[in-house]
Write a protein that binds this ligand. Structure first.
Ligand code: GLV
Ligand code: MN
Ligand code: MN
Length: 416
């Protein structure tokens, strides 16, 4: 690598400005971002991103699930591009960094290479994947999952949100159902920068997490059917209370995950009482469950123990509980060569670093099933994410972007 490339640093202030400029699309009063996938706010940030890519000289195309790709030519166009990027959608009460950092850092890498006049051997392709978050449409990371063939495009297009709007309708509403068939854009490898979304790097005063693995995920849709009846006149022993049942299920998930802790987590994040009323015993509840582990055997145990607990609670309370496993993502083991490229970049740049497992799911985890992939983590304040208070520092974001750039340069090669 030339001296210019070896010493290259991204423009920290410019990266920081873009993060805060785009945070206005869906800004919340508490300083977070609400930018549900394929919403009006998502269209605004997508339009901004498309223009920024075009201004940086990238050739932009959009696939039929709305994922955006910006191609920077390399010297040798017979080589597959190295992919980098993340997502621009957020949770309903999301922060400014989850996904955004990785996508805008990819743009910043391109801008930095442009300014320095550096050509890579292989092309680069920066990406904004549709619906990483999974809060409007399930499952999470659906576009990258379709990209690797875990779902068909038609299946994903037919998924509906809580209002009954399909992915296809939502894409058309914001004019982001692109032309490129899903999976057409090929990559030789993919690197994603992200905030850690957990407390480890901050606690250990490390700047960079070299992500070598990721937790597997189990997502369930549940429905409890008890019996609605009068809150005043129904004796306690005659009730078939759906909410009391859910309360036991919530505690069962917690105790099962705690039994396997620290190697497992379990959460009931959504519950909706049908026709709620203060003086009616709840008769029907829909809920979701999210269980995770980086250990495949523990994932099997979580599934088995959860089902057993639910069956026991349902039988004892004489209610029906329907449990559908709607998504199972095995644990991720990132590509050793790419993990090493990230580690070497962190080392060469002089940042403190450690290997780390991702607790969250990421598009890179899906892509890794077909393409060598790896991730770079930077700390976030108090480990808080999926919260409007999510925070990260400018130097840490810049450090992550520098590691991303140098890992990508090592993979793509610098043209002489
Ligand atoms: C994605 O944000 C996840 O749920 O891990
Ligand atoms: Mn994310
Ligand atoms: Mn997220």
């Amino acid at each position: 690598m030339s001296r210019a490339a070896t010493n290259l640093q991204i423009d920290s202030a410019r990266l920081w400005d873009t993060i805060h400029e785009t945070a206005k699309f869906g800004a919340t009063p508490k300083g977070g971002v609400r930018r549900l996938t394929l919403s009006v706010e998502d269209k605004q940030v997508r339009d901004w991103f498309r223009k920024a890519c075009e201004d940086a000289g990238l050739e932009v195309h959009v696939d039929t699930l709305g994922s955006m790709f910006g191609l920077r030519k390399g010297k040798d166009m017979s080589k597959l591009p190295v992919g980098l990027g993340s997502h621009l959608d957020t949770q309903p009460t999301g922060g400014k960094y989850d996904g955004v950092l990785g996508t805008l850092a990819a743009l910043e890498v391109v801008r930095t290479l442009n300014d320095a006049g550096i050509e890579t051997e292989a092309p680069l392709c920066i990406c904004n994947w549709t619906n990483e978050e999974g809060s409007r449409f399930a499952p999470a990371m659906m576009a990258s999952a379709a990209y690797v063939g875990d779902f068909t495009t038609d299946d994903i297009l037919s998924r509906k949100d809580a209002e009954g709007v399909s992915v296809a309708e939502a894409l058309d509403a914001i004019s982001y159902r692109g032309e490129t068939p899903v999976g057409t854009q090929k990559f030789s490898g993919f690197v994603e920068l992200h905030i850690e979304q957990g407390p480890i790097l901050e606690a250990e005063h490390k700047t960079i997490g070299v992500v070598d693995s990721g937790q597997g995920v189990l997502w369930y849709d549940g429905k409890i059917t008890g019996f609605e009846s009068h809150a005043g006149s129904t004796p306690m022993q005659l009730r078939r209370d759906a909410l009391a049942t859910l309360s036991e299920i919530v505690l069962a998930v917690e105790s099962i995950a705690r039994k396997h802790a620290p190697k497992a987590v379990g959460t009931i994040g959504e519950a909706v009482i049908a026709n709620p009323s203060r003086n009616v015993i709840p008769g029907e509840i829909a809920f979701t469950a999210d269980c995770r582990s980086a250990d495949a055997a523990i994932m099997d145990a979580l599934d088995r123990e959860f089902r057993t607990a639910v069956a026991e609670i349902a039988a004892r309370r004489k209610v029906e509980v329907k449990l559908d496993l709607i998504w199972r993502k095995p644990p991720t083991h990132f590509d050793p060569k790419l993990v090493q490229a990230v580690e070497q970049a962190a080392e060469a740049l002089g940042y403190s670093h450690r290997r780390i497992t991702s607790g969250a799911g990421h598009d890179a985890c899906n892509l890794n099933t077909r393409i060598p992939a790896a991730m770079v983590f930077v700390p976030c304040k108090d480990g808080i994410s999926h919260n409007e208070l999510e925070d990260a520092t400018q130097p840490d974001c810049a450090a992550g972007a520098n590691v991303l750039m140098h890992a990508v340069l090592a993979l793509a090669g610098v043209a002489s």
